[in-house]
Design a protein around this ligand. Sequence first.
Ligand SMILES: CC(=O)N[C@H]1[C@@H](OP(=O)(O)OP(=O)(O)OC[C@H]2O[C@@H](n3ccc(=O)[nH]c3=O)[C@H](O)[C@@H]2O)O[C@H](CO)[C@@H](O)[C@@H]1O[C@H](C)C(=O)N[C@@H](C)C(=O)N[C@H](CCC(=O)O)C(=O)O
Length: 515
Amino acid sequence: MHRLAVWNYIYRKGLYALILSFVLQDLAFERIQGDLNQEVSSVAFDSREVMPGAIFVAISGFTVDGHRYIPAAIAQGASVIVAEQPVELPLSAPSALTLLQVQDTRDALARISANFYGRPTEKLNMVGITGTNGKTSISYFIKSILDQAGQSSGIIGTIGTLIGEELRKNKNTTPEALYLQQSFAEMAQRGIDTCVMEVSSHALSLKRVAYSSFHTGIFTNLTPDHLELHRSMEEYFEAKAMLFDMTSRCNIINADDPYGALLIQRLRTRPAALLTYGLEQDADIYADNISYAIDATRFTAHTPAGSIELEVRLPGSIYVLNSLAALAWAYASGIPLETAKAGIQAVEGIKGRMEVVYRDDHNTVIVDFAHTEDSLEKVLSTLRPYAKSRIILVFGVYAAPGKLGLDKRRAMGRVAAQHADFSVITSDNPKDQDPDAIIADIAAAMQEHQGSFKGMVDRKEAIEYALALAEKDDIVLITGKGHETSQIIGTTEIPFHEAQIVNDFKKRQLLNHGQ
Ligand SMILES: CC(=O)N[C@H]1[C@@H](OP(=O)(O)OP(=O)(O)OC[C@H]2O[C@@H](n3ccc(=O)[nH]c3=O)[C@H](O)[C@@H]2O)O[C@H](CO)[C@@H](O)[C@@H]1O[C@H](C)C(=O)N[C@@H](C)C(=O)N[C@H](CCC(=O)O)C(=O)O
C-alpha cells in the first residue's frame, strides 16, 4: 500500500475523530453544498490515491485539469470534493457527497492538509532554506551539527525525506503540501526536534508550504533558473522572498549575493532577528585566511561569539559560504561553536555536490548537480586551480521549452567552451524533447566559442568515452540533473547511476591493463 495510504489508514483507525468542519478550519468558501459534520478519512489531490471517505481536492494542473478526475475520485469513494471551478456532479454521485468551491484549490490543499495533520509545523523547530544553489549542502551541515549536539532532526529536500534512518524518495525537492504535512506530522509524532528543509521557488509559488510556520529562514543566492515558471528574475526573487514572510525567529542571508543584499534591506524592519554571512568582513559571520586544496578547504570563521578554525572537505568558496550559513544557524540557535565545528567537519562529502566518485594516481572523476550556466561556470572555475592537466566535461541540457530552452543550451555551450578543455555533450533528462536537437544547439554554441567537443546521445557511452579519453592528471567532470538515480527519456524513467558506471568502467580498464 502507498505510504500515504498507510498513514491515512492509521489516522482513520486511530483515536482521531476527524470531523470535516475541523479539517476545513480557517478556509473561505465560494459555495458549500452538503454536510460539514461528517467524518473524513483522508485527503487526496490525485484520484488514484483516493480512499473511501476521503476529501478529494481538484487541482487545475499544468498538464491536465484535476477537475476532470472528480468522477473517478467519487467512484473510488471520495465523500468530499473541493474544486475551484463550478462542478456538475455525475448523476451516480451519492446524495451524501459534499461539494465545496473555493477560490484556489492549491491554497485549500495546503490549509486542509495542515489541519488534517494537526498543524504539525507548530510542534517542530522548522528551518527553511531557499536560493538557487547551496540548499542541499547547508541542510547536510545543519543536520550534522544537530547530530553532534545530540538533537534529532529530519530533512526534506533533493535527497528525499529523511526521518530517522529512513530515506524516502521525493518526486519534488519540496513535495506537495499533503506529503509535506504528512512528513511533518510523522516527525512530530516521532519526537523529532528540528526539520531542515529545502524550500524551492516552485513550492513557494504553488503554495506547497503555505500554512507552515518556520522558525528560521536561510537565503543562499539567486541566479537564472526555473524562468519557465517565474518568467523574470524579479518574479523568481519575489517567490523566494515569500519564505521570509513565514519566519518568526531568525533570517540568515548571504550578504555577498546581490539579491541577498536586497533581501537584507527588506528584512531589517521585520521582528525576526537578522544575521548575515559572507566572505566580506562586514557580514555578521564571515571567513578569512582561506586555503584551498582538492581534498579540503581550510579557513578561519568569525562569529559574534568568537572565531574558529574550520576545515570543509569539499572544494571551493561555495562550500565556505554554505558552511558559514550553517554556522550562523548554530550561533543563532545557541549551539557552542566547537559543536558546530565538529558537525561541519564531520560532513565528508555530499551526494552530487562536487562528489569525488573515483580517484587514483592518474585521474579524479567528479559528479556534480550543476545544471544551470551559472552553476556550471562556478564548478568549472572552482576546479580549475586544482587541475594539473585537462578538465574533460560530460554534460547536457535538460528539457526546457521554446526560446528559454534554446537560450539555456547556448549559454551552457558557451560556458563549457570557455571553461572546459574538452566536452562530451550528451543527454540530460531530455524528456519529450529530441536529444539530438538539444545536442546540436549546444554544439553550435560551442563551435561559436571555439570549444572542443564531441556529441553522444547515450549518456552512459558519453561517460565511458570521457573516461577512456582521460590521461594522467586529467579531471573528468560529469554534470547535470541526470546524476541522480534515473534519466527521463520520453515518458520513461530509466534507472541511471553515474558513480556505478564510472567505477564499473574503471574496474574493466584496470583488468584490461592486467592490474
Ligand atoms: C510545474 C510543477 O511544479 N508541476 C507539478 C504539478 O504538476 P501538474 O500541475 O502538471 O499536474 P498535472 O499532471 O497537470 O495534474 C493535475 C492534477 O490532476 C491530478 N490527477 C492527474 C491524473 C489522474 O489520473 N488523476 C488525478 O487526480 C494530479 O494529481 C494533479 O493534482 O503538480 C504535480 C503533482 O503535485 C507535481 O508533481 C508537478 O511537479 C513536477 C513533477 C515538476 O517537475 N516540478 C518541478 C518543476 C518542481 O516543482 N521543481 C521544484 C524545484 C526543483 C529544484 O530546483 O530543486 C521542486 O520543488 O521540485
